[in-house]
Design a protein around this ligand. Sequence first.
Ligand SMILES: *[C@@H]1O[C@H](CO)[C@@H](O)[C@H](O)[C@H]1NC(C)=O
Ligand SMILES: *[C@@H]1O[C@H](CO)[C@@H](O)[C@H](O)[C@H]1NC(C)=O
Ligand SMILES: *[C@@H]1O[C@H](CO)[C@@H](O)[C@H](O)[C@H]1NC(C)=O
Ligand SMILES: *[C@@H]1O[C@H](CO)[C@@H](O)[C@H](O)[C@H]1NC(C)=O
Ligand SMILES: *[C@@H]1O[C@H](CO)[C@@H](O)[C@H](O)[C@H]1NC(C)=O
Ligand SMILES: *[C@@H]1O[C@H](CO)[C@@H](O)[C@H](O)[C@H]1NC(C)=O
Ligand SMILES: *[C@@H]1O[C@H](CO)[C@@H](O)[C@H](O)[C@H]1NC(C)=O
Ligand SMILES: *[C@@H]1O[C@H](CO)[C@@H](O)[C@H](O)[C@H]1NC(C)=O
Ligand SMILES: *[C@@H]1O[C@H](CO)[C@@H](O)[C@H](O)[C@H]1NC(C)=O
Ligand SMILES: *[C@@H]1O[C@H](CO)[C@@H](O)[C@H](O)[C@H]1NC(C)=O
Ligand SMILES: *[C@@H]1O[C@H](CO)[C@@H](O)[C@H](O)[C@H]1NC(C)=O
Ligand SMILES: *[C@@H]1O[C@H](CO)[C@@H](O)[C@H](O)[C@H]1NC(C)=O
Length: 846
Amino acid sequence: MNISQYLLLLLCLLGDTGLASTGIKVKPICIEEERKALLSFKQDLNDTSGRLSSWVGHDCCRWEGISCNNRTSHVAEMDLRNTYDKSTAVEEWDELAYSQSRLGGKINPSLLSLKHLHYLDLSLNNFEGIQIPKFFGELKSLRYLNISFAQFTGEIPSSLGNLSNLNYLDVGFSSSKIYSKNLNWLSHLSSLKYLNLNEVNLSSSTGWLHAVNMLPSLESLDLSGCELEGQLPASFGMLKSLQYLDLSFNHMNGSIPQSLGQLSELVELNLSFNSWEGILTEAHFINLTKLKSLSIGNNLDDIEKPMSLVFNLSHDWVPSFKLHTIVIRNYKVGPGFPVWLQSQTELVQVVLRRTGISDSIPEEWLLKLSSQLEYLDLSHNQFRGRLSSNQLMRFPKLRLLNLAHNQFEGPLPLWSTNASYFDLESNLFYGPISSNFDKLMPKLEELYISENHLNGTIPPSICNMQNLTILSLRSNHFFGEFPHTWSSWSQITIVDAAYNNLSGNIPTSMGILSSLEILKLNNNNFGDKIPDSLHNCSALKIIDLGGNKLSGSIPPWIGGSNVSMLCMLRLQSNFFTGHIPRQLCNLGYLHILDLSHNNFSGTIPTCFNNLTSLIHNVSDIYNNYYLPQTMVILKGQERVYNTTLMLVKSIDLSSNILEGEIPQEIGGLTLLGTLNLSRNHLTGNIPSIVGNMHGLETLDLSNNRLSGQIPRSLESLTFLSHLNLANNNLVGRIPLGSQLQTFTDSSIYMGNPSLCGFPLPTKCPGDDTLTITNAKHNNEDGNDKMWFYVGMGLGFIVGFWGVFGTLLVKKSWRYAYFRFFDDTKDKVTLAIELKVTRLQRKFCHV
Ligand SMILES: *[C@@H]1O[C@H](CO)[C@@H](O)[C@H](O)[C@H]1NC(C)=O
Ligand SMILES: *[C@@H]1O[C@H](CO)[C@@H](O)[C@H](O)[C@H]1NC(C)=O
Ligand SMILES: *[C@@H]1O[C@H](CO)[C@@H](O)[C@H](O)[C@H]1NC(C)=O
Ligand SMILES: *[C@@H]1O[C@H](CO)[C@@H](O)[C@H](O)[C@H]1NC(C)=O
Ligand SMILES: *[C@@H]1O[C@H](CO)[C@@H](O)[C@H](O)[C@H]1NC(C)=O
Ligand SMILES: *[C@@H]1O[C@H](CO)[C@@H](O)[C@H](O)[C@H]1NC(C)=O
Ligand SMILES: *[C@@H]1O[C@H](CO)[C@@H](O)[C@H](O)[C@H]1NC(C)=O
Ligand SMILES: *[C@@H]1O[C@H](CO)[C@@H](O)[C@H](O)[C@H]1NC(C)=O
Ligand SMILES: *[C@@H]1O[C@H](CO)[C@@H](O)[C@H](O)[C@H]1NC(C)=O
Ligand SMILES: *[C@@H]1O[C@H](CO)[C@@H](O)[C@H](O)[C@H]1NC(C)=O
Ligand SMILES: *[C@@H]1O[C@H](CO)[C@@H](O)[C@H](O)[C@H]1NC(C)=O
Ligand SMILES: *[C@@H]1O[C@H](CO)[C@@H](O)[C@H](O)[C@H]1NC(C)=O
């Protein structure tokens, strides 16, 4: 140690603060009164993870989160923001680690001793149950106050209005229980530039706009999710210095005032998720010369709903802004692709979803954007034509491409390339035109081109896209073989090529896709057997291979130890044979099993009572947003399951050649909603234990050889709304108690000659109380009638057992079904976005 270090140490020990005058640059030494105040403050805090363990010793200026003024040594900043890394990806987010690193407890007024505190950040902590302390209003030096994500409750104290030096006030995302009834105090914050009240309940706050209008320098205003109602008054054009405005997720309605066009400093504008109406004209955008991001739209993707807001801009209007983000959803922009949009050549993110455009994509525009685009969603319009023939187009940054639900036609290649271009670019490609997706869109993660009229073959280059996770080609006219050059580095989780004309085998190489969760190749012409290699796809949750020409038996790996997470297995309408293997019973998550319309023989396994998710509510394991919900046709009508798909519980073994009795064990499936065993060769009685299946809504045992009486226990199935027992050998009186009374359609009992009683015309012996209404229909025309009923039965079966099969037949349903998938995806995307937004984006938005 040299002299000056000794000197320094000595001075430190003496607590001398006059060191700066010696000329040696050192860390400031803490002021004792402030040190004590901090210790009192610490004492009241709950610090589970020991974040404040450095708060010992004399020099509080070196304590974690504390900064002092170099000159005066006064504590100037206190940054106690939770240090759990908020950049953690959603899938790696560790909720426990996060919550343990939060500070909690009480906030000691000793803080008031820090007279020179100008920066206070308590964000991302957990002050659950306590109010924002009123005395914060006395921290007069504060320029920055951040109490976002800190779980404060109650009313925001109006004393904050005394913080006249405040530049930044962030109260966003505190908790849903935080509110303000009156924002007048805001108007005193004459230095405020940034205000975030995201999710503060302002529903009963009158005159919020007036208060906000009083803020002369406000630059950033986040009132997202504040329960704001009513119209946006014209006076809102007075917020002239605003650069960032987020009014998303409120309940505002009416038209957007033209004075919007006066916010000439505006850079980002988010008006999404409100209920706007009316029209937007040039006047709304006239002075928005600095605008970079525009987001407006709702999630009412329902095609039946009229679009309540229309962009009515003159055809050749060219705006003065150059956006890089545009998000318009469910508001009308079309029918033509407008010039003002074509003038936007700096776009990086484009969402024009259900905007009523029926036009082709302007090729020149797309070419200009192609090198910078990261996100392109043009779904749910009537874009038509070939996708593009421009051979120079390449999308090096594109991560999401959603062109689903349009009128695109012709073959892929999308943006096909010829040999010469790639010779120049990468010296890789020769020969005939092919679609080199992997080179054209090297970063693509999600590709949705479902529901168009695309044809041709699916380019094998899809297998080479390293980052592709979602491939949705559903409902086009693709033919030929499915690409079979898959390799192990693929990260694909969803392959949906359903409803095309694909043929050949299911590629063996798909077995290498270890991350594959959803495989939907249904309604194509795939033949041969299910490849055994798929037993390596241990992440599989959904296998839908229905409506193909597959044969062979159910492979033993389904239900084997490797593929055990399966939730949905649909093999219906193929040529499968053999027994229904017992190992299916190992699938504890299985809740939709459809083996109908095949040639399965033998008996129904007696172990179905091992299908846990049909007995207990198991937790939802579809963490995948592509398919959390689905639409199924149950109870005779199409029905959207807007709860999770996990709640649909159905076994359909109909139209096979199963024999033997209905196993008693089926009665243990207390949550099963649909049981269809019709059109088999089942014999024996209907087990009375069926009455234990309390979740049963649909029971179809028709067209078998069942005998005996209809068990009275069916009367206790209170949810049962569809029943069909026609064409068996059932005998005796039809039970009439409770739920069964509601089945007045006699066709469901027809074809059981020895069955009697209501609603059949046949009276039971010794039963002469009922007058038969259809007296004129006697046994002589019974034959005709039977055919009539069989016809009805068939219609009934096709109608409500067809489930997805029906979708093939009925176009409008199909559209609804597919549309729903996409909508669903978006809802969940939204949820994820929200989470990410809350955790990330909102953190950095000045
Ligand atoms: C401190 O936090 C832990 C974990 O969050 C909690 O269990 C405990 O009850 C809290 N203690 C006080 C005094 O608030
Ligand atoms: C205090 O010192 C730090 C570096 O030690 C410097 O970044 C900061 O600007 C200084 N502050 C003042 C007020 O001098
Ligand atoms: C400012 O503080 C004083 C006393 O601290 C309080 O009476 C007054 O209501 C506060 N002003 C505002 C606008 O909250
Ligand atoms: C917002 O506050 C109003 C009344 O103050 C209340 O009715 C409403 O439920 C609150 N909203 C939420 C989401 O808590
Ligand atoms: C807007 O919403 C308010 C209440 O939220 C309602 O009273 C009013 O009728 C709505 N106005 C329009 C134009 O829908
Ligand atoms: C647009 O801005 C210019 C100058 O900044 C101003 O003169 C004009 O009145 C503004 N127009 C509108 C409609 O606000
Ligand atoms: C607009 O707000 C919504 C909801 O908060 C959000 O999902 C979206 O990302 C925002 N748009 C932009 C462009 O920031
Ligand atoms: C593919 O679609 C285009 C455009 O609809 C059509 O002209 C062409 O005949 C189709 N090709 C095949 C093989 O179906
Ligand atoms: C795939 O994603 C990873 C991580 O985001 C990235 O590092 C890599 O460059 C991407 N691959 C391609 C071909 O873009
Ligand atoms: C029931 O399932 C468990 C695993 O979930 C399995 O170990 C057991 O063998 C199954 N029993 C039958 C009869 O299939
Ligand atoms: C779910 O669907 C039912 C009818 O299909 C509807 O009444 C209900 O509002 C829907 N719930 C949600 C949250 O969308
Ligand atoms: C407030 O804290 C949150 C969470 O730490 C952060 O995301 C946000 O950017 C901060 N607000 C300001 C204005 O710095």
